[in-house]
Design a protein around this ligand. Structure first.
Ligand SMILES: NC(=O)c1ccc[n+]([C@@H]2O[C@H](COP(=O)([O-])OP(=O)(O)OC[C@H]3O[C@@H](n4cnc5c(N)ncnc54)[C@H](O)[C@@H]3O)[C@@H](O)[C@H]2O)c1
Length: 347
């Protein structure tokens, strides 16, 4: 399959690119290389003749038309987005422009290309979204594909808007789309502003490890390589017009997750004295912090046979070891704008 991947130099996009190349697909990685991108993430495949990189912005519609004409993809996997909730609180406009207008541009460019190609049934526009579109759960219940949308942050509202556009392009124009909504990912190449890398890096640097509020917010954690595997399955076998929730059924409070990570670090890279757990520091909560997300993944499991390959403990241990072995990768990102600062307080 020839796949146009947007955002392929980011965290999840690069896992998709690496896996797609390993499975014999041809990949065109279209990325604007924002602060969140890193070309090192795709270095392992950069010389592969089935890999192509296009430096482009999804806000540039004319450029998108050119890319579709030049590469004639069989499918689009649309991951390019502004993805950090805290940054969306401080500066929502980039989120509106990239996540909503950018997705509109992608849909229109794909639709024009698809019409010119004679509307092939086999074409797919796969939109990659988040469980955050569903809002916040109480102690009980799970998000299913029919849960009403109730986004509560500028980030999740922009992703929800994009999901609605993608669905409308299917209903109105017949564009063959699939949508996936996934829970929190973690794993190698995670940009050092998100919880898991912040915990590992601050622990190793002897800095306080910040926990928002009481650390009782619950997330459903999925190893990024399992997400990439699910995405490649959906783009090939997902039913047109359908959405699929993807999750690891690994609910943890933020505090539990942080303690697990630090306990792994204590075992594999012990401090000369004391435990990394001593570095935990509780800080003011994020405004509008959703209490709980939890995914019911039964549709993708029952219809497509997908299951995660690792438990959260195995995945976290692999992640910790990866950060220990790849210090050059994360050290080089620490001076990017906003990294290491407390963001998301300007509500
Ligand atoms: N991280 C998670 O836990 C998670 C969970 C569920 C869904 N998602 C979704 O998955 C997708 C990828 O998330 P991620 O964590 O890898 O994000 P990321 O921030 O690591 O990467 C985003 C990539 O998109 C690129 N990009 C941003 N704006 C662009 C633009 N205007 N034009 C072209 N490229 C642009 C960036 O340069 C970067 O390479 C996003 O759509 C996100 O909403 C993320």
């Amino acid at each position: 399959m020839k796949i146009l991947v947007t955002g392929g130099s980011g965290f999840i996009g690069s896992a998709v690119v690496r896996l797609a190349i390993a499975r014999g697909h041809e990949v065109i990685n279209l990325d604007a290389l924002t602060y969140a991108a890193c070309q090192e993430n795709v270095a392992a495949v950069a010389d592969n003749p089935r890999y192509h990189f296009v430096h482009a912005d999804i806000r540039d519609r004319a450029k998108l038309d050119e890319v579709f004409r030049e590469y004639a993809p069989d499918a689009v996997m649309h991951l390019a987005a502004e993805s950090h909730v805290d940054r969306s609180i401080d500066g929502p406009s980039d989120f509106i422009e990239t996540n909503i207008t950018g997705t509109f541009n992608m849909l229109e460019a794909a639709r024009g290309y698809w019409i010119d190609a004679g509307k092939p049934e086999s074409f797919r526009f796969h939109h990659i979204s988040t469980d955050e579109v569903y809002g916040s759960l109480g102690e009980e219940g799970l998000f299913t594909e029919t849960t009403a949308y109730d986004p509560r942050s500028p980030y999740s509202a922009s992703k929800a808007s994009a999901d609605h556009l993608v669905r409308a392009w299917h209903e109105t124009y017949g564009l063959p789309v699939v949508i996936t909504n996934c829970s929190n990912n973690y794993g190698p190449y995670h940009f050092p502003e998100k919880l898991v890398p912040v915990v590992i890096i601050n622990a190793l640097s002897g800095k306080p490890i910040p926990i928002y509020g009481k650390g009782d917010n619950v997330r459903d954690w999925l190893f990024v390589e399992d997400h990439a595997d699910a995405l490649l399955l959906v783009v090939q076998e997902g039913k047109i017009g359908r959405s699929y929730n993807i999750g690891g059924e690994n609910e943890r409070t933020n505090l539990e997750l942080v303690r697990t990570l630090l306990t792994i670090l204590d075992a594999v890279r012990p401090k000369s004295d004391g435990s990394y757990l001593d570095q935990i520091e509780f800080v003011a909560d994020r405004p509008g912090h959703d209490q709980r997300y939890a995914i019911d993944p039964s549709r993708i499991r029952d219809e497509l046979g997908w299951r995660p390959s690792v438990t959260v403990e195995e995945g976290l241990e692999r992640t910790v070891r990866w950060y220990l072995d790849n210090e050059d990768w994360w050290q080089a990102l620490l001076d990017r704008k906003g990294v290491g600062e407390r963001l998301g307080t300007k509500a």
